[in-house]
Design a protein around this ligand. Structure first.
Ligand code: NAP
Ligand code: SF4
Length: 679
């Protein structure tokens, strides 16, 4: 019987007339920090070449400014001179040698620029920026149009296959197109025709400078998700005008950075925005790219097969696994290291001015030399993220690896994370490691508590301890009371809870527990049901009745009354991720969760939790108190093993419980595995 190729729509070529893309996968633009490397762009070249070798159809660089005012941050990457263009030649050469195609994104930040030179159509400060922009004069507007065209021409000179014009996400072009930020009364503002004049003139000028055989992607804001954004009719009219002005492809942009709706975080269901692209498909004939939270070949294929779009954009999924396309095409989708949309090592890093990496793939933007192959036996104790990463790396190097896990399943803390509504993606990392353990030949021993005597008897000379953590139980009167549970009782052992719950500790796990306890719908049947629930929770209107696509949010009615407590003074949730923390805080606030800081705990008894809040004594009459007060390391094996002369390597929570962190755990597992030399 003939075998059907996997994902036929995903791997169908796309003929653009003057060039053909080998498949429908776009690695969308994503700032990594490599764009600003001093000296040359060698690391950026290696980064994109790796993705080109992995078989992606087309890539787009992070945003490059067309002039200084357009910088996102001081001394950000710009393309304004032939000398700057020459710096990009290693990038385009490396990509072409690897058989790929790449476009350069031109991004003018407008009022989102984090510097005092920022400009905008009108002098209105964004709520996420400390700076008020300068209003652009008509002369500056015309000069900026020329700057876009100059950057496009320089990109062509540097060997790029095309450019993307960033017209969405609330950046300068988007600031011109909507009444929210364009209050001008001249020919560049007021009527819709005037508001879209700036992007249309950019599109025309770019096409004129670059010629007909150059890819020009225009990224349109199809759904602003802010008040006074575009209407649907305006989106359609704008897209038609951009098509007529010469765009090769139109890409989907969703939500402004200042929108109070999460659009790419893990709480966003897979494919939550393909409906917007699908609506536009009926209106234009250029190929359309859809985007946001598409992270598996199955989802991408489903979208393309149902005709919602012509291409799918996946940026973070290709950061997580450069070989995503080739693995999917070879029928090995189960070996893809799936992006879990945590933002922890990519976007959060960029916001902290660090180079982006990836929580599940520490090699995402750096390519450490493969360590020499080695022989020998190594025991890894504990199959959480740290132990799994270490075991796979050791086995890849050729070592014989025995992985011991006391419970009946691999995954450690991720087994709890995957149960949190909106964090279901964490199951993908467990699936990935499950596949990789088999593929690399790790011998897995589940339900096996490896004691020191057992490991000695088996003759291991090198032992990696990835034994993780135990919940910290504070010394508090009444902590033994039956109404006190630890977070593992709730998330791991699934113990039932009453209707009123106090949570001691408001770190990442306190928030996870609160999220879990405010809903009983822990598992929604499919993506479609999740998308409906998400749209209702955040007030997204798929019928697009109002500007920006907004409607009244209907947060989920909480199934319990929850109090989240912390002793320290700061904002509750201040330690959460930079780009996702606000959404967690807002979700719980909308669900009526009380968040108290400056709390002193006294005791727990039949009456509830006795405490003082800002000096005022209170008793919280709760059914349960869930302790989420951090962790203590579990490393009892270290002493006896070292005493017997065994080389012990501590990683993950067992090494440092205070900063229990999957990003560190996975990276530490990999790095330690590279240093082990048995014998
Ligand atoms: P954590 O972030 O360190 O928070 C521990 C909480 O317990 C704090 O709110 C702390 O606040 C409180 N606490 C500490 N010692 C206490 C004591 N003796 N008595 C009472 N309260 C005490 O730890 P976590 O919540 O267990 O999270 C661990 C790690 O998991 C985090 O570092 C994070 O990287 C990761 N994680 C992150 C997320 C996320 O960002 N969404 C989700 C899950 C896990 P006070 O000292 O002010 O009382
Ligand atoms: Fe995806 Fe998280 Fe990796 Fe970013 S850090 S690419 S969101 S898995």
């Amino acid at each position: 019987m003939p075998q059907h190729p996997p994902f036929p729509h995903l791997f169908a070529p796309l003929d653009l007339g003057f060039t053909t893309l080998p498949n429908r996968i776009l690695m969308g633009s994503m700032h990594t920090g490599l764009e600003e490397d001093k000296g040359d762009l060698r690391r950026l070249a290696d980064y994109f070449a790796a993705r080109a070798r992995g078989g992606v159809g087309l890539m787009v660089t992070g945003g490059i400014a067309p002039n200084r005012q357009g910088w996102l941050a001081p001394f950000g990457a710009k393309l304004t001179t032939a000398a700057e263009a020459r710096k990009h030649i290693p990038v385009t050469t490396a990509v072409h040698e690897a058989g790929g195609k790449i476009c350069l994104q031109i991004l003018h930040a407008g009022r989102y620029g984090m510097h005092p030179m920022l400009v905008a159509p009108s002098p209105i400060r964004a709520r996420i920026s400390p700076f008020r922009p300068w209003e652009m004069s008509p002369r500056l507007i015309r000069a900026t149009i020329r700057d876009f065209a100059r950057s496009a021409a320089l990109a062509r000179e540097a060997g790029y296959d095309g450019i993307e014009i960033m017209g969405s996400e609330g950046y300068l072009i988007n600031q011109f197109t909507v009444p929210r930020t364009n209050k001008r009364t001249d020919t560049w503002g007021g009527s819709f025709e005037n508001r879209i004049r700036f992007p249309l003139e950019i599109m025309r000028a770019v096409r004129e400078k670059t010629g007909p055989d150059f890819i020009v992607i225009f990224r349109i804001s199809m759904l602003d998700l802010v008040e006074e954004g575009s209407t649907w009719d305006e989106v359609v009219a704008f897209a038609k005008a951009i098509e007529a002005a010469g765009a090769t492809i139109i890409n989907t942009g969703i939500g402004w950075h200042e929108a109070r709706i999460p659009t790419i975080a893990t709480v966003v269901p897979r494919g939550a925005y393909t409906w917007v692209t699908e609506r536009l498909k009926k209106e234009v004939s250029v190929p359309l790219i859809t985007t946001n939270r598409i992270n598996t070949p199955e989802k991408a294929e489903e979208i393309l097969a149902s005709g919602q779009a012509d291409m799918v954009s996946m940026a973070r999924p290709l950061l997580a696994d450069p070989d995503f396309p080739s693995k999917a095409q070879a029928g090995q989708a189960d070996t893809i290291n799936t992006c879990i949309a945590c933002n922890q090592a990519c976007l959060d890093h960029v916001f902290e001015h660090k180079t982006a990496s990836c929580l599940v793939n520490p090699r995402a933007t750096s390519n450490p030399a493969t360590p020499p192959t080695a022989a020998g036996n190594v025991a890894v104790v504990g199959a959480g993220p740290a132990g799994l990463s270490c075991a796979v790396e050791l086995a890849t190097r050729g070592l014989s690896v025995h992985l011991f896990e006391a419970s009946g399943a691999i995954g450690g803390q991720f087994n709890m994370a995957k149960r949190i509504p909106g964090k279901e993606e964490y199951a993908e990392t467990i699936r990935y490691f499950e596949t990789m353990l088999k593929k690399t030949g790790v011998t897995l021993h589940l339900n096996t508590s490896a004691s020191a005597a057992f490991l000695l008897e088996k003759g291991f000379q090198e032992v990696v301890l990835a034994t993780g953590v135990a919940p910290r139980i504070p010394a508090l009167e009444g902590i033994e009371h039956p109404k006190v549970l630890s977070y593992t009782d709730v998330l791991y052992d699934l113990k039932p809870l009453g209707k009123k719950v106090a949570i001691i500790g408001a770190g990442g796990i306190g928030f996870d527990v609160a999220m879990y306890l405010t809903t009983d719908d822990h598992v929604l049947p499919d993506d479609a049901a999740r998308i409906v629930a998400y749209q209702q929770e955040w007030g997204i209107d798929p019928t697009y009745q109002h500007r920006g696509g907004l409607t009244t949010p209907h947060p989920e009615k909480p199934t319990r009354q929850i109090w989240m407590l912390q002793r320290s003074k700061g904002k509750v949730g201040a330690t959460l991720g930079k780009t996702t923390g606000w959404a967690h805080r807002l979700t719980l606030k909308n669900r009526g969760v009380q968040m108290w800081n400056t709390v002193q705990y006294h005791r727990i008894d039949d009456a509830g939790l006795h405490l003082t809040v800002n000096g005022a004594p209170k008793v919280l009459d709760v059914d349960h108190v869930v302790v989420c007060a951090g962790q203590e390391p579990l490393r009892a094996l270290q002493g006896p093993l070292e005493a017997a002369g065994i080389r012990v390597h501590l990683i993950g929570g067992a090494k440092l419980a205070a900063e229990l962190d999957a990003k560190r755990a996975i990276e530490e597992g990999m790095v330690v595995a590279q240093t082990i030399r048995p014998g």
